[in-house]
Design a protein around this ligand. Structure first.
Ligand SMILES: [Zn+2]
Length: 320
């Protein structure tokens, strides 16, 4: 049962919004951002394909949480997919790496060979093992009996070739690196290994969902950009030209497209690119809108969390 569904990662949405609003077409950062959008999209598609394999676990005893980010003082830890059953928990780290992947257990590193280009990555086993330790601590901190915690590193691209470096056999812990299509059979093996019911699944579900905190990072800072690098205004969804407000609708002076809702994407862009909260003045500035009354009507219609009053009212967006 999929308890927490996967949605497009905030980082991907932010990078896409950035590409839509980056000012000059020949901006020096454009190609880097385009590359990152492609990479993040591929990663998301890879994660979705893992969700497909896990969708075969239809028994009610399985609870699947995708994209969890849990507090563990002083920081957070993130799990791509977490499977909770009454008898054990399984953290799945998803890797979307194309080409041939060679694992070197002596140096704890992984190298990718793709179209003749060699790239190194840290050993994902160490990363997944850390998550296991974090999870153990999480159960302890929440005063829950700690179940057996397993981890797997799932390679989402079925065309990826997994290899051990010469002279090394695939022995534990590297037998935990698998192709995503083998997830269900690995889980069946775990079911026979762990048979003692130890987890209060309802309680764990409630705690996990309550404690999940999406991560919001300032994307402009990441790319060392400022608001001056962004196109302001409501963009036409047909031709990207800036639209004008006319009789309660948005009109594109370039292609004559008319929209009642074109501002929604612009406001979403503001939240993704600038900060997850906005005032009336900031909205007018970003949408290039002169009327405070129209801005107030728009903000009211969005069902956002409101704090403060009159001119100082702040509207906050909550990301899932
Ligand atoms: Zn247009």
């Amino acid at each position: 049962m999929n308890v927490k569904k996967r949605t497009p990662p905030l980082k991907l949405l932010q990078t896409e919004a950035l590409l839509d609003r980056l000012k000059p077409p020949n901006h020096p950062k454009r190609s880097l951002i385009e590359k990152d959008v492609r990479k993040r999209k591929a990663g998301y598609i890879g994660e979705k394909s893992v969700d497909y394999h896990l969708s075969f676990l239809t028994d009610k005893k399985y609870m699947i949480f995708n994209d969890l980010r849990l507090p563990l003082a002083p920081d957070y830890f993130q799990i791509d997919s977490l499977l909770v059953t009454p008898c054990y928990s399984l953290a799945i780290e998803i890797k979307n790496i194309a080409g041939t992947v060679t694992i070197d257990p002596e140096f704890n590193q992984l190298s990718q060979n793709f179209k003749g280009i060699e790239t190194g990555y840290p050993d994902p086993i160490a990363q997944a093992n850390r998550q296991k330790l974090f999870l153990q601590k999480w159960f302890f901190n929440n005063k829950l009996p700690c179940p057996p915690i397993e981890f797997l590193v799932a390679f989402s691209n079925p065309a990826t070739i997994l290899k051990m470096s010469p002279g090394h056999k695939r022995i534990p812990p590297h037998d935990k690196m698998i192709h995503a299509q083998n997830l269900v059979s690995e889980i069946s093996k775990m079911n026979t290994r762990f048979t003692r019911e130890i987890i209060d699944v309802k309680k764990v579900k409630r705690l996990l969902l309550n404690q999940h905190q999406p991560s919001y990072s300032p994307i402009l800072l990441t790319y060392q950009l400022t608001e001056a690098d962004l196109i302001k205004g409501v963009q036409c969804e047909r031709c990207s030209h800036i639209m004008i407000r006319k009789m309660g609708t948005w009109l594109c002076p370039n292609c004559d497209y008319v929209s009642r809702t074109a501002h929604l994407k612009a406001i979403e862009d503001y939240f993704l690119l600038i900060k997850p909260f906005i005032t009336n003045q900031e909205l007018r500035d970003f949408l290039q809108l002169s009327s405070a009354k129209t801005a107030a009507e728009i903000l009211k219609s969005l069902n956002l969390k409101r704090t403060g009053s009159t001119k100082g009212t702040v509207y906050t967006k909550t990301f899932a």
